[in-house]
Ligand binder design. Structure first.
Ligand code: LLP
Length: 423
């Protein structure tokens, strides 16, 4: 459920007309609903209340500091994957004891920062990384909790680019490697082996792949116990799917209903790392139609947002619903509309948001909302074609707030230098 709705032909975000924000801040514009974010977070946390669980928001889905602050205040932890994400969530007010840190390529410097911040644990993805964390901790004279990431070899039935738990994936370690490291755990004097981590992919609609992976993790935890190693945390990753088009994803309650029976009574603290589930449907990308044209029988709506603002359609062929922010007379009167390719200004054929999509009749100047853009939208944006990145705003009830200024041209050149020999 999200809080974008059409009232008398106009799109609203909570109690604010989307057009009003777009007129004031310009387009392209990311607009988020605060209450949707909190609702989703609370639904998931509530569903897992019967066991000891911690919901760590996957910051890669949306790293805006205001959104991280909102979630930190609501009691969320955070799943970070870089020194940059760590820095942002700490500045946003995250409790370090609720931060877990994944990534196959943590640098020594990133590790040091996280150890000093006293995060909950690292999700470790290789033996060499474990050696590196040990070396950093010895130098700093610290002890650090770690959690080993198991590749559970489960197919989550989702897009191949966002599948992570199959055999050929770069993520995690195979069972033999994890067992070998657990056997050697005594040699890592500065590390406490307290957790096991799995994450099988993203936009997963059914519980079955999660159940399969969790069973494998529980078997391994049982084996570790036999070796005298007490695993206290099971991190079951993120990956819960949402509705973009016609998907019928499991609800938080359905997911918990299938997973909890496996976890109850184990005494484990369960970590969840949802990103998309919390923010995906909480945000839209608002864009304005610049021009319409027809070419070789195709009708194009050229909008002012591009693949640099939202790359999911280009990169994954992802479907995002598109709806007019204000329905004009023809559409309200029941006009059938037409089929459009909705494309951006970037010089790439892959720069599109929809192809052959039926929409109400459009005209230049119309505002469109690209729905479901709250996760992996702005965080994957770039400056390609030297386009300043969009503004972001957050609606709470009847008020809206700028949470990221639109980039300006001077931001594009800020870090660039002309060397002396070219002056
Ligand atoms: N935990 C780990 C270790 C992850 O790698 C990810 C996502 C998550 C949690 C959060 O997954 P979520 O709950 O959001 O599905 N850019 C792609 C998605 C990439 C996901 C990467 N890892 C997209 O736009 O669909």
């Amino acid at each position: 459920m999200h809080r974008f709705h059409v009232r008398r032909g106009r799109l609203w975000c909570e109690e604010v007309p989307v057009a009003r924000v777009a007129e004031e801040l310009g387009t392209p514009l990311y607009l988020y609903s605060y209450r949707t974010i909190l609702d989703h977070f609370r639904k998931l946390r509530g569903a897992f209340a019967p066991i000891h669980a911690l919901v760590c928001f996957a910051v890669k889905a949306n790293s805006n500091m205001a959104i991280c602050r909102a979630l930190a205040r609501a009691g969320a932890g955070f799943d970070v994957v870089s020194g940059g994400e760590l820095r942002k969530v700490l500045q946003a007010g995250a409790d370090p004891k609720r931060i877990v840190y994944a990534s196959v390529g943590k640098t020594a410097e990133e590790i040091e920062r996280a150890v000093k911040a006293e995060i909950l644990f690292f999700n470790v993805e290789s033996a060499q990384e474990l050696e590196q964390i040990q070396a950093v901790c010895r130098r700093l004279r610290r002890r650090q909790r770690v959690s080993l990431r198991l590749n559970p070899e489960v197919d989550p039935h989702t897009h191949s680019f966002i599948t992570t738990g199959h055999r050929a994936s770069k993520f995690g370690m195979d069972l033999a490697t994890v067992k070998a490291l657990l056997r050697r755990s005594g040699q890592f004097q500065n590390l406490l082996f307290v957790g096991l981590h799995i994450h099988i992919g993203s936009q997963i609609l059914k519980a079955q792949p999660f159940q399969k992976a969790i069973r494998r993790a529980l078997d391994l935890i049982g084996w570790a116990k036999g070796q005298g190693i007490q695993i206290r945390y099971l991190n079951i990753g993120g990956g819960l799917g949402i509705v973009y088009h016609r998907e019928i994803p499991q609800t938080a309650a359905e997911y918990a209903g299938r997973i909890l029976p496996l976890l109850k009574g184990t005494g484990l603290t369960v970590i969840l790392e949802p990103g998309r589930f919390i923010v995906g449907n909480s945000g839209i990308l608002v864009t304005r139609v610049l021009y319409l044209k027809e070419s070789h029988g195709r009708r194009f709506a050229i909008v002012d947002a591009g693949m640099n603002d939202l790359i999911r359609p280009s990169l994954y062929g992802a479907y995002h619903e598109i709806q007019p922010v204000a329905q004009n007379g023809a559409a309200r009167g029941g006009g059938r509309g037409a089929r459009y390719d909705v494309v951006g200004p970037v010089c790439e054929s892959g720069d599109f948001f929809a192809k052959n999509r039926r929409l109400p009749p459009l005209k230049a100047g119309d505002l469109l909302a690209i729905m479901g853009a709250g996760a992996y939208g702005f965080t994957m944006a770039s400056n390609y074609n030297s386009r300043p990145r969009a503004a972001e705003a957050l609606v709470n009830g009847g008020r809206w707030h700028v949470i990221r200024e639109r980039e300006r041209y001077q931001d594009l050149v800020r870090n660039e230098r002309i060397p002396a020999f070219l002056k």
